[in-house]
Design a protein around this ligand. Sequence first.
Ligand code: ZN
Length: 441
Amino acid sequence: MRSFYELVRHEGNQDLFRAVEMSIAALSSGHPFHIHSEGLRGTGKTTILRSAASILPPITRIKGCLYNCDPQQPHCPEHRALSTRQIAALGSEDIPCPFLEVSHGAKISTIIGSIDLARLTDPNQPLAALLPGTIPQAHRGIIFVDEINRLADAAPEIADVLLDVMGTKPGRIQIEESGLPTIELPIQVTVWAASNPDEEPGALAQIRKQLSDRFDLAVGMGRPNEVQSVLDILLSRSGKQPLGGCRPIPRMPMSGIAVDDDIRMLLAAIYVDYGLESLRAVEAMETAARLNALLIGHDRVSPHDVAQIVPLVLSHRTDPATIANILKFLSSGFYKPLQQDNIAAGTVAASNSSPSEQVQPAVKNRLAAWWNRLKEKLSENESKRKAAPQRSIGSAGGVSGRNQIADPSQIKIIAPPTIAEPLSRLSIDEYVHIDENSRNR
Ligand SMILES: [Zn+2]
């Protein structure tokens, strides 16, 4: 298999490369960041995901521990009660980062764990013990699920396990085998998945919406549409194309990337104003924006990072029109003052202003953006109305030009023209109307 850095990047797969790099950067910080790649068969999504196994950072574990116990934080039933001295005596070893696959035909016992038949049938010392399954053995690494839509359809019980594992960070797993005590373990795995939504049984979001929402990013895979991209692929396959130009993934911790209050305010405004359903979307936007900043070498998240990650975080959580509106909102100038602040803050020392002082301009800008959006919408309606000749009523007072909407603060409004008569001074006949037909019945 070709290495990750040898694969040709083009306009159809660059988002998946970026998503994988973000997930690996998160993994280096001990933070699971789940990604799901959706696309037609043959677009190379599984090739990219599998080849990334070669660039994962190695881990250090207690020597021989099948659960990949971190010597600093042992979690498995065998090691979690041991003292530091006992663990040091066991020794440690560096191993390649776990990268294990779950196929759509997998059985629950092989995924979670089952009785260890080899030890049970050992003629010298038969022992009933548990053999951890694929997920516990992938602790601190990656689980790759190809055709996750088929797995969710054919094996809902495995989808339930994934929901538990991906529900919190770290997740949890319970290993049960009759006759043996139940084991509950914290599990920290990053899930990478791939599927073809155009094949049976359809898109994961339609089969198991909850599971689809557990993925921080959903990345659509496309085909190359530039002649040069296809040429690069052909050349690389014949070994003629000098490859390179890919920057290694920074190994700095995610916590080193600052997220200002105004960025959080922006994310909260997106969540509320655009009616996003899942709060996971906001958390994923913050983490993804942080990882985006980390990959481009910045130390602070900017609104530009938010704009870059919005399609990846929201494509499986909302409709394309909403995403387009959010991107339009982000490019409308709403965040210009914030962006300038952030660029300055990212390169110079942190601002001395208090969080409330930083938030204030964001609130002001949000109101301005709200008014601009409303005005834009009204302009569209006005434009449509005027485009229909039979319904044209000419320009209203205070409105000049076809697509312009009057600013209410500039219009002189006189209402009511005469002072209304109080109800108490009117006779009953003046404000109660009796239907003559009903009176005659
Ligand atoms: Zn252990």
